[in-house]
Design a protein. Structure first.
Length: 167
């Protein structure tokens, strides 16, 4: 039964995948993905409990690599205030490819595996990198496809206001 758990999650998520991209103002879709050690992280442990930032990422994506230092800085700036940040790696090779990559690009942001792109599909992602900022009620308040300093600055401003942090 333990071996069938990931298959069951895959089937359930594919059955309930959205037909249209998730937009701001909509509830963030649920997810259940393993981390690099194989431990599942479930959305019900995270969504609706505080601010969450999600990044969809791939090891072959140059803009994804370029944004990592900026995202790490953003995470370090707001982690103490309670920001939860998750990177969903969508490489089809899964942990086999992703773990060595993050061994050479060390970040403190938790990395989850989305090798079958189930969560990617549920969030309606069309390109990577893609960022989703989710408020404490579980609502998507900001999304951005691609990499830009302006998008990261906008997220920083939203979080500064939310956490009442001065510049």
């Amino acid at each position: 039964m333990q071996r069938n758990k990931p298959v069951l999650f895959l089937i359930l998520f594919l059955l309930y995948s959205p037909l249209f991209p998730q937009e701001t103002g909509e509830p963030a879709p649920p997810f259940a993905n393993p981390d690099l050690k194989g431990n599942f992280v479930m959305s019900n442990q995270i969504l609706g409990k505080g601010w969450v930032l999600i990044d969809f990422f791939a090891t072959w994506c140059e803009p994804c690599k370029k944004e990592l230092p900026d995202l790490e800085k953003l995470y370090n700036e707001f982690q103490e205030q309670g920001l939860v940040f998750l990177i969903f790696a969508v490489d089809k090779e899964g942990t086999e490819k992703v773990a060595p990559f993050f061994g050479s690009y060390p970040v403190t942001i938790p990395v989850l595996i989305d090798r079958y792109q189930v969560t990617y599909t549920r969030y309606g992602v069309k390109g990577i990198p893609s960022l989703f900022l989710i408020d404490p009620e579980g609502i998507i308040v900001f999304k951005y496809e691609g990499y830009s300093q302006e998008a990261i600055s906008e997220i920083r401003n939203i979080l500064r206001s939310a956490f009442k942090v001065s510049q």
